[in-house]
Write a protein that binds this ligand. Structure first.
Ligand SMILES: [Zn+2]
Length: 304
């Protein structure tokens, strides 16, 4: 008698779905486990899993996706490694942030932490390199990365683009540091202007008050004699040259692997100055083709 009561009239999808819904109404807990379901059900969960593919699909078919306990979903180490490698080949990089992972994977990085303990262990298990996530990026790293992405698109990047290569600092680092993306962009612009100030004011030293010109002239001299091209100056040159190689016209916007360098027209090693008129944008091919190879190392592009 008991046996007969536990049988369903038929086993069509509709009947099974009705049964799932009937049992769901009897379970008080917000999520429904297989064990709990079995206590009330007239059909075995394995039958439902066979019919719908898995327990989650069965719950979805009954319109009960909100009552499926995704925290119990079994994700194995192998699943995680596979997913990490998938994201790696999709992004074309061996290191990426958790934010980048979350934006491109089928589950969240919290699952990885639960299974592997740490993000680093999981990345290493997948043959990848864990970047310095968890640590704070310096302003310098944030600005250098922003310039890299800006150069890549040839325009002001959008917040979400910081999640994709060539960005190696995720968007969250910027909003953690500057509250909003807009404020981060303002900070970048302020930094560019700061860097340029000495160059701009010193280009017309005669317009400056006499008392100041000695100091300005000195800072101008220091700046021009530094092999290092400040971020603000690099941005200015790239922007002036419209983020294109001035020789061949190539740009990252045209070909993804194009890397732009800011180059001394008259080589620094031969006495060329680090000033706007002696700087230009070259792609790595045109830069390498130059006779004076020393200049290649002048301004290495930011790379992971
Ligand atoms: Zn070129």
């Amino acid at each position: 008698m008991q046996f007969e009561l536990k049988r369903l009239p038929d086993y069509t999808d509709e009947t099974l779905i009705d049964e799932i819904r009937r049992v769901a109404a009897l379970v008080n807990h917000p999520t429904i486990s297989r064990t709990e379901f079995q206590k009330h059900s007239r059909v075995h969960t394995s039958t439902l899993e066979k019919r719908f593919g898995c327990w989650e699909n069965a719950m979805n078919a009954a319109g009960l996706s909100d009552r499926f306990d995704s925290s119990n979903k079994a994700v194995s180490k192998e699943d995680i490694i596979t997913e990490l490698q998938k994201v790696s080949s999709k992004l074309g990089v061996k290191t990426f942030s958790r934010e980048q992972f979350n934006a491109n994977a089928h589950f969240k990085d919290s699952v990885i932490r639960r299974v592997f303990g740490t993000w680093r262990k999981a990345m290493e298990a997948a043959g990848l390199t864990a970047n310095k996530l968890g640590q704070r990026y310096t302003d310098e790293e944030c600005f250098e990365n922003l310039l890299q992405v800006w150069t890549h698109y040839g325009r002001q990047p959008q917040h979400r683009e910081m999640n994709q290569p060539p960005s190696i600092v995720g968007p969250k680092a910027y909003t953690l540091r500057w509250e909003t993306w807009t404020k981060a962009l303002y900070a970048f612009v302020a930094r560019v202007n700061d860097d340029l100030q000495s160059v701009n004011t010193s280009s017309e030293p005669e317009s400056q008050p006499t008392t100041k010109s000695a100091t300005i002239l000195k800072s101008k001299t220091d700046e021009r004699d530094s092999r290092d091209i400040r971020l603000g100056l690099r941005y200015t040159i790239l922007n002036r040259d419209r983020f294109k190689c001035v020789r061949c016209g190539n740009s990252p916007a045209i070909s993804f692997d194009c890397l732009l360098h800011v180059d001394h027209i008259f080589p620094f090693s031969k006495g060329g100055k680090t000033e706007i008129d002696n700087l230009r944008t070259l792609c790595q091919h045109c830069n390498l083709g130059k006779s004076n190879r020393i200049e290649v190392s002048d301004q290495p592009a930011l790379r992971p």
